[in-house]
Design a protein around this ligand. Structure first.
Ligand SMILES: NC(=O)C1=CN([C@@H]2O[C@H](COP(=O)(O)OP(=O)(O)OC[C@H]3O[C@@H](n4cnc5c(N)ncnc54)[C@H](O)[C@@H]3O)[C@@H](O)[C@H]2O)C=CC1
Ligand SMILES: O=C(O)CCC(=O)C(=O)O
Length: 269
């Protein structure tokens, strides 16, 4: 949070001063310095693909669903834009400047223009201002926390009306809230899967850097979609095998992969 490609350019420059030009040392760089096409949108695009996979599993699609998004920076604004393009209705949005709501769906291209000019959602004429503190409890089908960690906790978990939570931020849900929401039947797509589009395309950026080659954006997006869709199937498989929720399924899948590699290298199980 609070960083951008310029920040990554400075890290590249500092490291390269001491070790020679080393583009693969940091990801999320500007395109002109070895960044990957599609990295800017990747976390939001991954959120869209992951949400589509989850909704399909429940016999639904993004089109027509009502979304609330907390955070309108890199992740939140890209997620909003792509969800809007896919026919989803973004009914409320917040950022550090304030929160806005329109139950008929916010005009996201107009909001993006407003945010570019005014550095925040506050004052957007196409929706009503609401209290920032109420954003997580707004009526919707799908809640996307895309700002800070720890925002969903035992104080507010019972007020949440969404049926699905897509964890675009890192660690937005406290363990106590997880338990409360699970009892309410809310399905949570965990951060380590839901926001993995970012690190996946960062991995693609590293692959391109070490090969000294650049993929076009269509290839980046197509590879990302493939990985997210396969990842969802793998997590679901783990959930079936261990009769657990998506968070436990995702953790079990990850830990198993590392454990298997460790044992194959000759370490004791
Ligand atoms: N950018 C990426 O590729 C990835 C980001 N993430 C996570 O996603 C989250 C958002 O990251 P970015 O969008 O990159 O950051 P960013 O700095 O571009 O945007 C952060 C947004 O959150 C808003 N915000 C800050 N405090 C807030 C508050 N108290 N209430 C409401 N909104 C608030 C800001 O106004 C801004 O709109 C973080 O948790 C980050 O760790 C996770 C994976 C990848
Ligand atoms: O781009 C990356 O390598 C990781 C990004 C990420 O996961 C984050 O910003 O939290």
């Amino acid at each position: 949070m609070g960083t951008n490609p310029q920040t990554m350019a400075w890290i590249l420059d500092e490291y390269s001063k001491f070790h020679g030009y080393s583009p693969a040392v940091v990801t999320g760089k500007p395109i002109d310095l070895g960044g990957s096409l599609g990295r800017d949108a990747a976390t939001g695009r991954g959120v869209l693909f992951a949400t589509e996979a989850l909704l399909n599993e429940h016999g639904k699609s993004v089109a027509g669903q009502r979304f609330v998004i907390q955070g309108f920076g890199n992740v939140g604004s890209w997620a909003a834009q792509l969800i809007h393009e896919a026919g989803g209705k973004v009914v409320a949005v917040s950022d550090i400047s304030g929160a806005i709501k329109d139950k008929n769906g916010i005009d996201i291209p107009a909001l993006l223009k407003h945010v570019k000019e005014h550095k925040g959602v506050k004052g957007f004429g196409g929706a009503n201002a609401i209290e920032s503190s109420s954003i997580l409890a707004e009526d919707c089908d799908i809640l996307i926390p895309a700002a800070l960690g720890g925002v969903i906790n035992r104080e507010n978990a019972n007020d949440i009306k969404a049926k699905f939570i897509i964890e675009a931020a890192n660690h937005p849900t406290d363990p106590e809230a997880d338990e409360i929401l699970s009892k309410k039947g809310v399905v949570i797509l965990p951060d380590i899967f839901a926001n993995s589009g970012g690190v996946t395309v960062s991995y693609f950026e590293w692959v391109q850097n070490i090969q000294g080659f650049m993929w076009d954006e269509a290839k980046v997006n197509a590879e990302l979609k493939k990985y997210i869709q396969q990842g969802f199937k793998d997590v679901k498989e783990m959930c079936k095998t261990h009769n657990c929720d998506l968070r436990m399924g995702a953790f079990t899948l990850g830990v198993n992969r590392v454990a298997r590699a460790t044992v194959l290298r000759g370490w004791e199980a």
